[in-house]
Design a protein. Sequence first.
Length: 268
Amino acid sequence: MTTATQSQPAAARPGDSGRMFYNGLIWAVIVALLVWSWGPAQMWRIPMLGSNAGNMAEYASGFASPDFSHWRFYLEEMIVTIQIAIWGTFLAVVFSVPFGILSAHNMAPGWVLQPVRRLMDLFRAIHEIVFAVLFVVAVGLGPFAGVMALFIHTTGVLAKLFSEAVEAIDPRPVEALRTTGASRVQQVIFGVIPQVIPLWISFSLYRLESNIRSATVLGLIGAGGIGQVMFENIRGFYYEESAAILIIVVLTVSLMDLLSQQIRRRVI
């Protein structure tokens, strides 16, 4: 009797068939979406990557001989790009902490949560270039417009990530503080933030890396930094100088990646 009872869980559970059906439905939807978007995305052009590879190689050959004759100027502009990314990320982190907490289901009531979430959706949905254009009109050309564009967009991204980290916390420390009569702010400071701070730091470092790349792109529309110099060189068909700038950008992003890895290892 005991053996029969113990062997029963090895059989298929009633919920397994429902889970398999749900997983199969998800895969069917994914395949249907890929088929539906095949034509509009012009995926039928894939063979052209092979047939026109010669054109790509001919264009890329112009970048084969980097010209570092103006390397000092390029480094100065690269430093400006990093400074834009640092300030944009810093401001975003500062504002993402309250917005992220107010966007978490376990921290804020619905009448607060929903408006804050929709505002963060707006910040996240609009590309940095659009924000940069708006700020260029308001404050003129230069790095400050890039800082503000990165600040707004990154706030939307980090607030979403921060809120998901808050929603995944262990509620017991917060409940223990609540039973001692701690205020809502004290519960957040001493019960929530200590649990999520490693993830928040990791997310912030990742966004700093991404914002260096984004700050480079923002330079194309006059928001300062190395991107503006690179765009002028490409538009003037100075491919050797453009190649040197690209190498500097890649090396900078790689160094930032290595640095952030070391920081994450020590913090997390």
